[in-house]
Design a protein around this ligand. Sequence first.
Ligand code: SAM
Length: 292
Amino acid sequence: MASPMRNLISDHARYVQSFRLFLASSTEHQSMRAFLEGQLPALLASIGNGKSTINILSVGGGAGEIDLLILSKVQATYPGVTINNDVIEPNADQISKYKERVAETSNLENVKFTWHEETAYEYESRMSAEKKPKKWDFIHMVQMLYYVKDVPATLRYFHSLLETQGKLLIIVTSEISGWETLWRKYGPSLPFQDLCSYISSADIKRILDSAGLKYQAYELPSHMDITSCFIEGNKDGELLLDFLTEVCDFSKTAPPELKHQIMEELRKPECSEKRDGKVLFNNNLSVIVVEP
Ligand SMILES: C[S@@+](CC[C@H](N)C(=O)[O-])C[C@H]1O[C@@H](n2cnc3c(N)ncnc32)[C@H](O)[C@@H]1O
């Protein structure tokens, strides 16, 4: 009998492997980079006014690629200012990649890094027990809200940590993306096991609206080349399928009928387009910037 399906995030090493392949096969970080290069400076305009130290909190910072880009923009906006950059990241492998990246990057002399190897919820519990709520000028949550148990409570908590001129930046998949189509339809058949939930920009906006919070939203086009997923036995294709479904070894553990349906769905125009012989999955993103 085939082994039961297991959530991908529970296997730290395979999760990181499939996430890295996803980054290499998609324009995810290029799209974020274009947005952050073009729009972030204006959004940062008020966070550090009159301050000698700027405090930044990265929630689910991963291996730090996007975090370092954000830091470079803060440095350019506030030359010479001291920056405290705290990172909440439960995956030890991601933290060690982040540390390597910092060691290889120049111009970070005025940045003090502190890594917290824990989940967002563990950080919240620890801080609440210590009864020393620390405030932040800029908090970001880039592609990580799928992994918290209670999204509204997490947003409420981190929003409450903003300084009066601070900003909370969230990046999630867009409500107009292949993820939305795939996960809305097949999410209930996949083993999210309380470790992962599907949310898109539509859910975040609804939560912020009901909390009465003000925000601006931006759409970023992005795609992911999933051609290898359709080549039987292709190792990269199998890893990308794991990332798409959040299932560890999806190809080998999914019931055949579910696998067949998902493979069909992935080819449909609601999920992907065909271009130059490639299948390009719609990986559009949304950036949501929340006011204090
Ligand atoms: C899709 S990756 C995004 C990483 C990075 N922000 C980026 O965009 O490149 C999600 C990250 O969230 C981390 N993560 C998973 N569960 C988390 C939780 N409950 N709290 C904080 N981070 C979490 C994962 O370890 C992973 O590094």
